[in-house]
Write a new protein. Sequence first.
Lengths: 511, 511, 253, 253
Amino acid sequence: MKLGLDPGTVATARRLAARAAEPIIELARTHTTVSVERAVLRLAGITGADADGTPWVNRIVDAVRDQVGLEHGVALPFFDAYEGGAYERDAYKRDLRDLRFRLPTGAAAEKARQKAGRAVRDGIARIDGNRRDRDKRLAEYGDPPMPWIYLIVATGDIYEDIPQAQAAAREGADVIAVIRSTGQSLLDYVPEGATRQGYAGTYATQENFRLMRAALDDVSAELGRYVRLTNYASGLCMPEIAALAGLERLDMMLNDCMYGIIFRDINPIRTFVDQRFSRQIHARAGIVINTGEDNYLTTADAVDAAHTVIVSQLLNERFGHEAGLADRQLGLGHAFEINPALPDSFRMELAHAQLVRELFPDAPLKYMPPTKHMTGNIFAGYLLDAFFNLAGVMTDQSIILVGMMTEGIHTPWLSDRDLALENVRYVRQAVGSLAEDFRPGPFIVGRARQVLAESVDLLARIADDGLLTAIADGTFGVTRRPPDGGRGLDGVVRKADGYHNPATEILDAHD
Amino acid sequence: MKLGLDPGTVATARRLAARAAEPIIELARTHTTVSVERAVLRLAGITGADADGTPWVNRIVDAVRDQVGLEHGVALPFFDAYEGGAYERDAYKRDLRDLRFRLPTGAAAEKARQKAGRAVRDGIARIDGNRRDRDKRLAEYGDPPMPWIYLIVATGDIYEDIPQAQAAAREGADVIAVIRSTGQSLLDYVPEGATRQGYAGTYATQENFRLMRAALDDVSAELGRYVRLTNYASGLCMPEIAALAGLERLDMMLNDCMYGIIFRDINPIRTFVDQRFSRQIHARAGIVINTGEDNYLTTADAVDAAHTVIVSQLLNERFGHEAGLADRQLGLGHAFEINPALPDSFRMELAHAQLVRELFPDAPLKYMPPTKHMTGNIFAGYLLDAFFNLAGVMTDQSIILVGMMTEGIHTPWLSDRDLALENVRYVRQAVGSLAEDFRPGPFIVGRARQVLAESVDLLARIADDGLLTAIADGTFGVTRRPPDGGRGLDGVVRKADGYHNPATEILDAHD
Amino acid sequence: MLTTETRQQIIRPYGDTTGDAMIQLSFTLPVPHGPRAEAAALQLAGKMGLDPVSVVHSKPMGPDFTFFILYGRASHLIDYAGIDVPEGREYPLLTPKQVNLAIRTVLNRRLVVVGACIGTDAHTVGIDAILNVKGFAGEKGLEYYREIQVHNLGAQVEVDVLVRRARELNADAVLVSQVVTQKSAHVHNTKQLAAAFAEQDDPRPLLIVGGPRFDTVTAAELGVDRIFGRGTTPGEVAGYLVHALMPSWRPDE
Amino acid sequence: MLTTETRQQIIRPYGDTTGDAMIQLSFTLPVPHGPRAEAAALQLAGKMGLDPVSVVHSKPMGPDFTFFILYGRASHLIDYAGIDVPEGREYPLLTPKQVNLAIRTVLNRRLVVVGACIGTDAHTVGIDAILNVKGFAGEKGLEYYREIQVHNLGAQVEVDVLVRRARELNADAVLVSQVVTQKSAHVHNTKQLAAAFAEQDDPRPLLIVGGPRFDTVTAAELGVDRIFGRGTTPGEVAGYLVHALMPSWRPDE
Ligand code: B12
Ligand code: B12
Ligand SMILES: Cc1ncc(COP(=O)(O)O)c(C=O)c1O
Ligand SMILES: Cc1ncc(COP(=O)(O)O)c(C=O)c1O
């Protein structure tokens, strides 16, 4: 604790964040969404898609919604109508066309509830099994020391991604993230199967997850080091992707309470409902979430808006805790995005990074490299990335996303990644525990305290005026998003009395 | 003073260095060399070369040596024989062939002494004038803040060097060094005129000095910032080049007590005699010398041999003080040369650099970039140079030689230099006064103290066994050089009683 | 106003000496590290016209790939005199006042501009820099111009939606941003845009596309009127709008 | 033992997808920064066979020079199958013991090696790495071999001095290092060396030259027997000495 932050101020900040979050949590508890319901079906083992590629879970939820509405959840109507036993789940494919849904009552409801419960329990058991499997592998290999090195692959083709990911792991990556295709977050369904056609990223599909997980398990065994896999529980299908991540043993997921709202123009209510359910699954699966505050600094100025990052982290923390995530699952995000032309830019970065470190001492912070000020000058870029790596080590960050010198040009090439890893490796190795020799003086301490004070002020305003108002006003990422705007609002449904969700029942009990 | 060095140990180190230096100083006082004598003639205004390019000063000194020996100095025999008045100095060119030398006595000696004194005083007056001129320009423009940025040009062609030097100055260089052609240090004469034919550097000639000085004066005026010029008073003509530097208003000179011995296989005695005279001129001219300890680490290991750098710096300091140099003229050299593959390499570099800083608080330390571990990987090189720049700022070095990412490949290109300057500029600007936040912990403090202790041990051994023995044993740069080996020993002459040198007379008085 | 005369007619790259023609390159070959891979790298450099050439760095990246850095002398000459590039721009830069005056004078109504990022591209910073009042590089964006009515549809707009909105709004000009270029997404999306407007019966609005990586395509190839690249400022776009839509107008000096 | 077969016959550079053929280059042009300079950079890249190509960075360096970074697709194919590079080396690597045995067996006297840096080159680290006991990369240098007599003349040795000393010492092999390459100093110096030995009447010793930047010249061009490059180890040189001077000798398995 080098900054000497006032514990009272920190406590005030957390109290205000809880107050600001409360109405949103209430909203999330009282609503469901098409994607939450589809996620339930996925947990219940419903897989596959029709001939047009529309997943069966979408077909089912749409049909239930049309016929009886979703306010009671999809589980009872579906398992009431669906005759297949728990172990011949694929039967629905044949006869979905003929299924007629109703809201069962009495014994029928009880029977449906049992069937649904059994099916979902199986799914959650698989998630639990994966968690144990991960723990076993970690125990066997030992966990790499932090900061973990986090690398992205983004070819758009899972079969190009795989060798690149393996190469990256061999070169020292601790975490591999497969970036998604540009369009996926706006799709209101999860594509099926192995894919080779993404733009600037590869589709998140269950099969792609499986293929990559298997490839990384191979390379983990080869290296004697567990290589983590990351994807995105974000966008319109956030809950479903969270479920798939749990089912396929992904280890970390990008998952933010506000990213979709601000950067994908997804409806705020939809997002807040979806994120709660997805986090409950992440909590159960032992998955570390990564929040997206770094993104704010690509559209807002990193100095002016430094406090908005802190505010958002405190909100993400509150929402995360409420959904059952432990501190060590909160990979709160922040970024090295101060304009390098500013005097003392690096020391300001140190102030911000150290502040985040001290505010969230137990969270596996995810520190993002410079992107906004990366140009076509790959040498300048390599330099900036080095100082990012240095800041990461000096302020004891947990997960370091490895910056690419070609950030301003193209998605990473094989050689970009290799050079980027050389950069991190040199910095980590050369500076060792330089944190020991880093004792912030008045400039850094002053800057950190100032940002904390600004955060408290902003939180107080949000607690009074409401988070939805703040978002509508462009508080985060200088982007205005009204509560009734954006995509996906029509997929939100207020829960009726008697709403039944076999998954939340298990997950809520778990807390 | 962050390392808490023991003042007693530091004092012991200095005392031992003085003891080790004493016999060498005695040697230097009691001998002269052909180059010292030629330097006297140069100060006396003898310029130009014969049709074969042999400088007249060489022709004269050789002739005097042949006819009467050099043990009384060249001044009396030459000015006795030479009829030209002080202001028609070029007359000797016509009749050198006919000059017959003798060692004058009595009134003739007195007359020769007067003529010589007048001529040399004129030369020294020009040096004094240059010093005043520099001071005036510095007062007018203001001196740039330290660390000064030091850049080399090395095209081999003075007319390519000039635009490159001007470009470098415009991009922010505070000091320009014109590297010499590979062969020059072994030439026992200083070439004449403007040259375009150097290998990996450009010949140091009076005319090249003049051309570059004028070009930098132009660019200084354009920029409103005094741009310093550096060259090499090193090799077999060290004293003469020192004289030319004073006459042409160079500002800094590479000048080391042992570099020529170790890296050019120049005879130790020759070197020690030459360096004393050259430093007396530098002292007078207000020139900052740069010593060459960095070079040891290109042949020796930077960790194992760290203490040899300190020992050599203490010796260079002692020799420098004795020759009349002030602390602020002692640009002691050291370098960032630890193998980057070693754990904690950067923290060890910080320990060494901080140690040098604290041992020599008033010296304008010259910090040299990585060279030995620079490969063809220009990205890795750019990174290493960045950490060198960082170490420079964190430990408050005075003069930073800018490292080139292509160090492992070729002498610097225009674009290499431009990129290198971008690197330094970013680091200086971004980290600002990071030194304020740098408080060495036990690792760094421990390493620094260890190096100091090893230095004291080595100095004690040298004080006992003699510096010439230590050099013969390969103490510096793991290169063995016996006292009677190497080039140029035949140019050393023990002074006779009645040796006369009008320059040392003035320079000694000045101390 | 094209300038073709120049002092130096034929130029070569410059390392540290006029005429040395030295350049640097780097690439990966999908072959294992070793002397044979190095020979392959030298062969490629040779075909590119480098001679002599030197592999200064080669590094295995896993068992199947090798990364190379090379330096060499380019044998090609550049006919600098023959390069006909507009030295200035082919239309004058105007102040916001002049732009407003031009629109009032010639159109006698507000000029309607519709902007969007199309396809799945969500990078709005570039188009916002051109359209939003805040602007770019110290210049205010088009919203600041009193006589320009700006409709910024934001990101991830589908082409048919854009075409419909442009028609509804009677757009004079449609400004589209494309930043993601992987697999030439920007080129495909822009061509699709041009095709969609071409299908309409109405005279189509002026089509302007922008983004940082359109270097080697031409507006004609894409079917649009104009491409703007890296570092474009709002003023440049405003000047172009006047030039293209009100060609007769000349600013008073 | 040349290997010409290979699984992949025709290869291209690899950015992030097989066959994308993407490469990076950088250079300076001696012209002022601006659109015309960019066009010149694109023209050069075009002549080098890059298409498409993109200037991702251009920076004025003073009024007369511009630095460029480009990325583009190389149109050339590399005939990997056709590259005849020794996959291993054309002679076996031997242990010091084997080398000593070979010399004892075949020559029946110590092998005499004379080493030096010639011309004004003072870079002795490379030749010392080969000759000194300390060696390089964990291998001991030739001095360590009992049957090799090493005379290391050090740096800045003039060619005629070297020729004379080699004759006096009855050198079997002369090993010369050249590190400074500016203005092709290494090539000139080596040719001068070869010429000087050729002038002698005696059968000349084996001539070996080494240094980090001899990439595109051949031993034949220089008039020497063998060139060793970056990262050479003493063992490779010892193995070559046996191979070249005792061609009949075969190590027992
Ligand atoms: C900011 C940013 C983001 C933000 C965008 C926020 C927002 N609201 O815009 C966020 C974080 C959301 C983001 C996300 C992603 N990004 Co992004 N992002 C960037 C970044 C860092 C900066 C881009 C930027 O804002 N530049 C500043 C503006 C002012 O410059 P500009 O866009 O060039 O605009 C200027 C000119 O080009 C021109 N101009 C541009 N458009 C127009 C239009 C008209 C009409 C005119 C006249 C002129 C004009 O004028 C502008 C002013 O001069 C770049 C990296 C970089 N340093 O360039 C990556 C980058 C663009 N992103 C990239 C990618 C791949 C993504 C993702 C797809 C990654 C993923 N799969 O998760 C996602 C998804 C985005 C999507 N669906 O499109 C890649 C694109 C690679 C490629 N060449 O194909 C880049 C290059 C990073 C990389 N190396 O991988 N990104
Ligand atoms: C160390 C060094 C010095 C030391 C040399 C000390 C010494 N006693 O050797 C000092 C400080 C004295 C020095 C001075 C200069 N140097 Co210097 N120096 C270097 C440096 C940093 C490392 C070279 C080295 O030792 N490499 C390690 C050895 C082991 O590698 P190697 O030489 O390649 O040898 C291996 C192989 O090539 C091969 N090999 C080499 N020779 C031989 C011979 C045989 C027979 C065989 C079989 C194999 C073999 O085997 C070796 C082991 O694998 C390089 C930069 C760099 N990072 O490469 C610059 C560099 C070589 N120096 C350079 C220059 C220009 C100079 C100066 C001329 C500068 C000046 N004007 O002041 C001076 C003068 C030197 C002179 N007269 O020659 C340039 C050369 C540029 C060029 N390509 O032309 C370089 C590349 C730096 C640069 N970018 O400007 N230098
Ligand atoms: C939380 C979060 N989700 C998702 C993404 C990726 O965007 P997309 O929605 O296009 O997958 C990011 C971007 O970095 C992010 O931070
Ligand atoms: C003191 C000193 N003199 C001279 C030189 C340059 O060598 P040369 O003697 O070849 O000019 C150096 C090298 O950096 C040096 O440190």
